[in-house]
Design a binder for this molecule. Sequence first.
Ligand SMILES: *[C@@H]1O[C@H](CO)[C@@H](O)[C@H](O)[C@H]1NC(C)=O
Ligand SMILES: *[C@@H]1O[C@H](CO)[C@@H](O)[C@H](O)[C@H]1NC(C)=O
Length: 263
Amino acid sequence: MQFFNFFLNSSLLVLVLSMSTKTDGQVRKTIIVDQSGHGSFTTIQNAIDSVPSNNEAWTLIHVKAGIYNEKVTIPRDKPRILLQGESYSVQDTLTDSEGRHYFENCYIEGAVDFIWGNGRSIYQGCNLNVTASAQRSGMAAYITAQARDSVVDHSGFVFKEGWIFGTGPAYLGRAYKPYARVLFYRTRMSGIIVPQGWSAWNYVKKENSIVYAEVDCTGAGANKSKRVAWEKKLSSKDLSYLLDINTFINNGGWIQRQPKRGS
Ligand SMILES: *[C@@H]1O[C@H](CO)[C@@H](O)[C@H](O)[C@H]1NC(C)=O
Ligand SMILES: *[C@@H]1O[C@H](CO)[C@@H](O)[C@H](O)[C@H]1NC(C)=O
């Protein structure tokens, strides 16, 4: 069972928090990953593999700067792992599925459905670098492909106070499942966003169930005058539910129980 998969490449800060129900909030062990061989491991996956299953203590995996082209899997039975990069990015595909996630100040680069899945996630202050035309000779990019598939599915992606830039054209999202839910809030969007903004993909004429919204975004790409008519206007109740870490992803208070970030 995979809890979380993503491809890592190089560059920027890092913080991926996984879910847990009990912990004393202290990092008990730190593992250094360093490609140049000066750490305990040269790959992130080997470091994760070294953590015992059902680990009671928090383990911080500190990734030294470098380009790590890995598909990293954190198994569900290793709940207390904190990944921290000096320099860290995700390129092409971030599989954000199964569970609640909090990403802070991450750098994510990609073109096709580059953040996808049915995760229930907040992306705080993340920079999204779209590389559509470079990789796909002018074909449009899709920043998200969210996979919420029913009204009772709690998943959704919320992007708060981040920045979208790069080379377009790019859609903010295409519906991977009929109840796809994505919110961009106070996001700075460069002019690479297509005027219509969103794609219903396989759910044309069924757009009522798709929950795509933008609130208080800025920049040339945030002009909503030609957006699809079915973009949703969230009620203030729904908006605050999605924006508030405590209501949307922090049930049970797992975020407060994360260890303090190491240096
Ligand atoms: C965005 O990604 C492209 C392609 O990898 C890269 O050349 C460019 O420097 C990136 N932009 C920023 C601001 O990181
Ligand atoms: C938004 O786009 C419309 C149509 O292209 C244009 O008339 C309008 O001036 C734009 N608004 C802003 C704030 O740039």
